[in-house]
Design a protein around this ligand. Structure first.
Ligand code: ADP
Ligand code: MG
Length: 478
């Protein structure tokens, strides 16, 4: 039997507002436990929530950017459950009337093809607190700093058919929320995480299989591994005649397995009802229009423009638009260089990305700025240095040895383009290697590389490679 995997994701993006969604307490990460929870977050009787307008604006921005329907009227509801990190006994969320509904996300897959994933909805809600199990033997600590932090829960249709598609979709949303500046997307701090709903069905079947929901995955790698493990587990159950039970599971990254947490609750278990402490959110047309005007160029638009304007491949364009800052850096290089956008793309996504990665730096912290890089590439374009020498120059720039011109001058790296000088070196090399010369002339073509190597060695890599090839071919032929 052949099986098909079906995946739907619920992504939680923490909105980067200064204060919480229903109180004035700070949302700053990393404070001493329970220093950023006010009476509203603690669920004290008589304390009333007041909606943070910034959270609404950010949700609307997301809705507009995804071509979704932005609800003119949405309603906050209470989702009731009992848990120590939820002092009110309910989470304020949106249920029947979410603020964003039915959109589409274009996802670029690894092979450059585009897959469209439907968005079911995106709703506003508050986060719960955190249980701390490690610090107290035999006890659990509760930190309520996170209680009341604004979240946008982004729910996809069950339209992804393998783990890689799910990861590509999640990365697309991650890039988008950072472009829109509605979330910092910091996964280590839990600002961007997802629940993966996974089921399998016989290939060709229309009916969805029973799903398991894997909670709180906070890295792309874990999403991929957790889904792959879960698919295998479900297929094993079905093939040995069993039934998958609908349940909530946890992924253990150390053991690389998922395990059962609790049986799945249904919506009616939560006794949802509209929160009587909050008015419905009613948005005027002009408000939505004004937010529309603040949208930046979106990642998909930028990607297409890079392909059209700079002649990049879909792949390169995808890499260089992964963040707004990276795209800006690249365009800065191209603008200053005034030509050869492909060379600039290779360097930004190659040498530069490698150096950043090694140093653990973000593009905005790059030691070599876009102007300096462009000036160096200008020396490649005007034939002052070869592409190979450029890598040494770049490394020296990274190590703070100065500008490209200073380094080329100080190290004497100028390319030799004077053809009589190149000819002289070639003559010397031929004279010094009579055996190889004879062999070459009697048909051992492979020795051509040997001669190129010798010439480069004699010129410390500075001879213009194209000229060396040219002249050498003629001279060796005799
Ligand atoms: P909840 O998890 O709150 O019960 P839903 O039933 O709306 O909410 O589903 C949540 C997510 O699960 C959605 O992303 C949806 O696409 C996905 N999903 C629903 N059914 C399946 C299924 N059989 N297989 C895979 N994903 C599913
Ligand atoms: Mg769910």
């Amino acid at each position: 039997m052949e099986w098909e995997t079906v995946i739907g994701l619920e992504i939680h993006a923490q909105l980067n507002t200064v204060s919480k969604i229903f109180s004035g307490a700070s949302t700053a990460y990393g404070a001493e436990p329970n220093t950023q929870a006010c009476l509203v977050d603690l669920g004290y009787p008589g304390q009333l929530p007041v909606l943070n307008a910034e959270a609404v604006a950010k949700a609307v921005k997301f809705g507009l950017a995804t071509g979704s329907k932005v609800a003119r009227r949405s309603v906050f509801a209470r989702k009731n459950y009992f848990y120590p990190d939820l002092p009110k006994g309910y989470q304020i969320s949106q249920f029947e009337l979410p603020i964003v509904e039915t959109g589409k996300i274009e996802v670029v897959l690894e092979d450059g093809s585009i897959k469209v994933v439907g968005l079911t909805r995106a709703h506003l809600e508050e986060d719960a607190g955190k249980s701390l199990h490690e610090d107290f033997a035999g006890m659990t600590g509760i930190d309520l700093n996170r209680a009341g932090t604004p979240l946008l829960e982004i729910v996809s249709e069950p339209e992804m058919y393998n783990a890689r598609e799910a990861v590509a979709y999640m990365k697309t949303i991650h890039t988008l929320v950072r472009y829109l500046d509605i979330s910092d997307g910091n996964m280590q701090e839990g600002s961007f995480r997802c629940d993966a709903n996974v089921s399998v069905r016989p290939k060709g079947s229309e009916k969805l299989g029973t799903r398991a929901e894997i909670k709180n995955l906070n890295s792309f790698r874990f999403v991929e591994r957790a889904i792959n493990f879960e698919v295998e587990r479900q297929i094993d159950i079905l093939e040995s005649g069993g039934k998958v039970v609908q349940e909530t599971r946890l992924y253990d990254s150390v053991k690389d397995e998922t395990r059962s947490m609790r049986s799945k609750e249904e919506a009616n278990d939560y006794r949802y009802f509209p929160d009587p402490d909050l008015l419905p959110v009613v948005l005027e047309e002009s408000y939505i229009e004004d937010i529309g005007k603040t949208l930046p160029e979106l990642p998909g638009q930028k990607r297409k423009r890079f392909i059209d304007e700079h002649g990049l491949s879909a792949y390169d364009a995808g890499v260089l638009t992964a963040s707004r800052e990276l795209g800006d850096y690249y365009e800065h290089v191209v603008g200053r260089l005034g030509g050869d956008p492909k060379l600039a793309a290779n360097w930004v996504s190659g040498e530069l990305a490698g150096a950043l990665n090694k140093a653990g730096l973000d593009i905005t912290e790059s030691v070599v700025g876009p102007q300096a890089l462009a000036d160096m590439l200008g020396r490649v374009l005007d034939n002052t240095i070869s592409g190979k020498i450029a890598k040494d120059v770049f490394e020296a720039m990274w190590n703070g040895e100065g500008t490209a011109d200073e380094i080329i001058e100080a190290r004497g790296l100028k390319q030799i383009t004077d053809s009589s000088a190149i000819e002289a070196v070639i003559d010397q090399v031929m004279e010094a290697n009579p055996g190889q010369l004879a062999d070459y002339r009697s048909g051992k073509d492979r020795l051509f590389g040997f001669f190129v190597g010798q010439v480069m060695k004699a010129t410390q890599g500075k001879a213009n490679p194209a000229q060396v090839n040219d002249v050498l071919r003629k001279k060796l032929a005799g």
